[in-house]
Design a protein around this ligand. Structure first.
Ligand SMILES: [Zn+2]
Length: 468
């Protein structure tokens, strides 16, 4: 069904009827779906899944009832293994199987909220001043509703699907991340035909209601936490000795603190800087357009690294964080320890990094213990059908915006799924100003604008449709 190019270009600017024209199926009543989605989110926010303890079974039963009303079969899994009210939810709508499935993955738990710091009840599901307020409105019950209602809209519209669409709601992402781990360990069979996962952990760049760029998270740093231990001989602080472990540890830490890790440009990061270069005047534009060259130029390098995010995108990082020595000022302790937060780029070999650290410290009395083994490296490719579908859906909404790939500097559940070879993308379905997002997520007065609810549902819907 080829259409003249001009007509397509015009149609792409008009969100509404395009979808019913390009594929058979019943048109979606977006106005009604907006009201319905808003009500679903408001009700979802009333379910208190603060983790710990989580109690995600309440959320799972809520989602299950909604999905089953649509004739979608739902399974609840892993309750015995996860214990005390935790459960994982799984549902799927069938395509014709000519292409592999796309899974929408979200978590049902939320971080604690302190009601005295909020201007509304964090579990009231209150709609006020154009916003839906509540813990989880953004992270990530709002996004879960975008997944849920997009899938339901596809089912209702009867649009022919080449791919199955899978919906997975995990327990316990915010506290110990056991939900995704248990699901992947126990249900690899349910994921074996899944080609792509869409989940959280990135932010669109929105300024004054206008999107500069839509983000697709393709890569994340890997935590490789270390504890340094020095043993000594305990004695009284009034009589200094050479066997005090504290100065020896301090010497080691000083060497680490002065060490500058080399700069290294990974594929997603190179693309990110190239893409955003258009937002800057010269000479910054040229610097960002070729970041590999720019980091050789002292002036460009200094400017780029002055941004704490960009600095972390471009190198392995080390932060000295925790230290212990004596609990008493007058006692030389038998042992001193320090914890360091090491974060690796996706293509760094952890063993190589550990050898580098030991070389810098150059003292065999300092023992290294790995506190947290790094997860599977995460660097998903961008040359895929799904990435192109996201670009198309983004262009529909903001013809002047672009899609790019910032690195995630924190750790998420994505590598747990990536381990199975699934291409894993983080998308942010909403147009949320950065300040609003930063205040609300894990903070106070978390809220999502009413328009954003249906914006998110339609964005996910279009991505899923275009990826067929
Ligand atoms: Zn989250």
């Amino acid at each position: 069904m080829r259409k003249p190019l001009l007509l397509l270009a015009v149609a792409a600017l008009v969100p509404g009827p395009l979808h019913s024209q390009t594929a058979p199926g019943k048109p979606v009543d977006w106005t009604a779906l907006a009201t319905e989605s808003q009500r679903v989110l408001s009700d979802y926010l009333k379910i208190n899944t603060t983790n710990p303890p989580g109690n995600e079974i309440l959320a799972a039963n809520f989602l299950k009832a909604i999905l089953e009303r649509e004739g979608i079969v739902v399974q609840l899994y892993d309750s015995a293994e996860l214990g005390s009210g935790h459960v994982n939810l799984y549902a799927r709508i069938k395509g014709n199987g000519t292409k592999k499935a796309i899974a929408l993955v979200n978590h049902m738990d939320v971080v604690p909220a302190t009601p005295s710091f909020w201007s509304v009840d964090p579990f009231g599901g209150i709609v006020k001043d154009g916003y839906i307020w509540g813990r989880g409105a953004i992270d990530m019950k709002g996004e879960a509703v975008a997944h849920l209602m997009a899938m339901i809209a596809l089912k209702r519209s009867g649009v022919p699907l080449n791919r199955d669409i899978v919906f997975i709601a995990n327990s316990d992402e915010e506290f110990t991340s056991t939900g995704a781990l248990a699901f992947v360990k126990n249900h690899a069979d349910l994921l074996k035909d899944v080609e792509y996962i869409i989940t959280e952990a990135t932010e669109n760049s929105v300024k004054n209601g206008k999107v500069d760029y839509f983000s697709v998270g393709v890569a994340e740093k890997r935590t490789f936490w270390q504890r340094l231990t020095v043993k000594g001989v305990p004695s009284h602080g009034s009589r200094p000795t050479k066997q005090n472990p504290v100065p020896r540890l301090v010497r080691a830490l000083n060497r680490i603190a002065e060490f500058e890790t080399p700069l290294h440009v990974t594929p997603g990061v190179e693309k990110f800087f190239r893409d955003i270069s258009r937002l800057y005047p010269e000479p910054r534009r040229s610097w960002l357009a070729d970041v590999k060259k720019a980091i050789e130029n002292p002036q460009a390098r200094e400017w780029i690294l002055s941004d704490v995010y960009w600095n972390a995108y471009l190198r392995n990082t080390i932060s000295l964080t925790g230290m212990t020595g004596s609990g008493k000022t007058n006692v030389i302790p038998p042992e001193a320890t320090a914890d360091i937060d090491v974060r690796l780029l996706p293509d760094t070999d952890p063993a190589q990094m550990l050898a580098t650290l030991k070389g810098i410290v150059a003292d065999t009395a300092v023992h290294f213990t790995t506190l947290l083994e790094p997860k599977t490296p995460l660097e998903s490719p961008t040359d895929t059908d799904l990435f192109r579908a996201i670009e198309r859906a983004a262009r529909d909404r903001e013809p002047n915006a672009f899609v790019t790939t910032p690195m995630q500097t924190g750790a998420t559940d994505r590598p747990t799924y990536r381990k199975l070879g699934i291409v894993t993308y983080a998308i942010d379905p909403f147009k949320t100003e950065q300040a609003e997002r930063q205040r609300g997520v894990h903070g106070n007065d978390e809220r999502l604008s009413v328009e954003n609810v249906i914006f998110g549902v339609r964005y996910v819907y279009d991505i899923l449709r275009y990826a067929q």
